[in-house]
Design a binder for this molecule. Structure first.
Ligand SMILES: [Cu+2]
Length: 126
């Protein structure tokens, strides 16, 4: 019984350490092209140059189609895909609606990176 009282607290400590690694939030600020998740899904494995070309040519019209809006949004920054959380997706729709660009919809996003997803705090059109 004495051993258990040592083992259990140390196991708890290990779990807490693992949980904090998995739940890590890392501040992030990146610039790139805004794209909906549905369209981006076909290009996340592209080479950086190809993904950037696709993202820059992805149109406002496409980004505002029903299925695209429903899928949510993210950004291709230097060919790397970052998905947004719900708040980020809402801000992204507003930028798509407002932009006068047909394509080349560039933004800067600031927030916390969590499990490959950006918890968006600020989204600015460039
Ligand atoms: Cu699209």
């Amino acid at each position: 019984m004495k051993k258990m009282s040592i083992v259990i607290p140390s196991l708890v400590a290990v779990f807490i350490a693992l949980a904090s690694i998995a739940g890590a939030h890392e501040p992030i600020k990146v610039s790139g092209y805004l794209v909906d998740k549905m369209c981006a899904g076909h290009h996340v494995k592209d080479k950086a140059a190809d993904a950037t070309k696709f993202a820059s040519e992805h149109t406002k019209e496409c980004g505002l189609m029903d299925d695209c809006v429903k899928s949510g949004y993210g950004v291709f920054s230097e060919g790397k895909w970052y998905e947004f959380d719900d708040k980020g997706s809402k801000l992204a729709v507003a930028i798509f609606n407002k932009t006068k660009n047909k394509d080349q919809i560039k933004v800067t996003v600031e927030g916390q990176l969590h499990d490959g997803k950006i918890l968006v705090e600020k989204l600015t059109a460039e």
